[in-house]
Write a protein that binds this ligand. Structure first.
Ligand code: CA
Length: 224
């Protein structure tokens, strides 16, 4: 198997070198770019399998790079950010990052997130036991219909169609209710609780909807 190639967009040489070392020990190849203006060109030239993208870069910053990248590519991206409270803001911008890691981070954790993201981005990832009938607004788990209210259908549909993507409660509320303004975060939590119970009934012991501390929720299908 060919080693996955990770592009590291990070202007602090020590951090970049540390990441490169750990990635190499984990069996990945990597290249480092330290200037924001060169990141998109490096992606075009090297076609990496995943991008580790620092938010604060000289020249074009990470947000602008991701915005431009997402107009033409679904390349898996993990954002590196200096502050935990910035993650909320980044989620609110809905830039399309696949994951966020807060500095200071442990290189081991970065490697674990890289591995997890590559696995779920792989085309031959574990078979998805869910099917969606868009016309009938129904979702099936292992061939059996999940009994869903309209809100639950919308919620599960959003989470499933972007497997692994973290959604904040605010985003989920907007996607579920669009025009309604009197709903609160607790509504999301209550729908999530009901959804989990219904999925658990059909697939005991499996968990698909994961809470991400301080950020929101994401949907994942465990590896087989
Ligand atoms: Ca930086």
């Amino acid at each position: 198997m060919i080693a996955a190639h990770i592009l590291i967009a990070e202007d602090e040489p020590k951090i970049a070198a540390l990441l490169a070392d750990y990635l190499r020990m984990a069996g990945y190849e990597s290249t480092t770019v330290g200037e924001g203006d060169r990141v998109l060109a490096a992606i075009a030239a090297q076609t990496p399998d995943l991008l580790l993208l620092d938010v604060m870069l000289p020249g074009k910053d990470g947000l602008q790079i991701l915005r431009e990248l997402r107009q033409r590519s679904t390349l898996p991206v993990i954002m590196l950010t200096a502050r935990a409270d910035e993650i909320d803001r980044l989620l609110g911008l809905d830039l399309g990052a696949d994951d966020y890691i807060c500095k200071p981070f442990s290189p081991r954790e970065v490697v674990a997130r890289v591995r997890a993201l590559l696995r779920r981005a792989a085309p031959d990832a574990a078979a998805n036991p869910f099917t969606i009938d868009e016309a009938a607004q129904r979702i099936f788990l292992a061939g059996r219909p999940v009994a869903l209210t309209t809100s639950e259908y919308r919620l599960l549909h959003v989470l499933m169609t972007h497997r692994g993507r973290i959604y904040s409660r605010d985003q989920l509320l907007d996607l579920m209710h669009g025009d309604l303004r009197d709903v609160t975060d607790r509504v999301v939590d209550s729908h999530i609780r009901n959804l989990r119970r219904k999925l658990e009934d059909l697939a005991p012991g499996q968990s698909y909807i994961h809470a991400v501390y301080g950020a929101g929720y994401r949907f994942e299908v465990a590896e087989g």
